[in-house]
Design a protein around this ligand. Sequence first.
Ligand code: SF4
Ligand code: SF4
Length: 125
Amino acid sequence: MAIMITDWCINCDTCIDECPATAIVSANDSPLAAKECTYVKPEKCIECVDSSVPKCADVCPTEGAIVWDMPYTASYHQYYMDGQAQGKYNIRVHSKKGMLTPEMQPRPFRENISMHDRESHESVL
Ligand code: SF4
Ligand code: SF4
């Protein structure tokens, strides 16, 4: 993923239009069964690597709503597959390519973010 949205989110949806990767969807459009919060598609998030800060976090009014997650790369394939099995993610299944897993479609990530901050889901800003 890259980044994830927590249950601190107030579903204001301000972040949706800011995302350059169209990775964020409202709770109503969430592919998760619970549909409780605005959701980030990990298979699309590029961590806004070309910007100074992640654009979603820059506009979010709620501290703790947008946090770091693991890089969406082959090294974390099992992490995302476990999350998928737990209902934490719902990774898109492409009609021809199959599931867009981290192994099949790795995404760019910010190398300067520590694994500690990612594992402990620290606030992005
Ligand atoms: S801007 Fe923040 S509070 Fe608003 S929907 Fe996005 S993550 Fe949730
Ligand atoms: S970090 Fe950037 S690419 Fe990822 S969800 Fe936020 S705005 Fe979209």
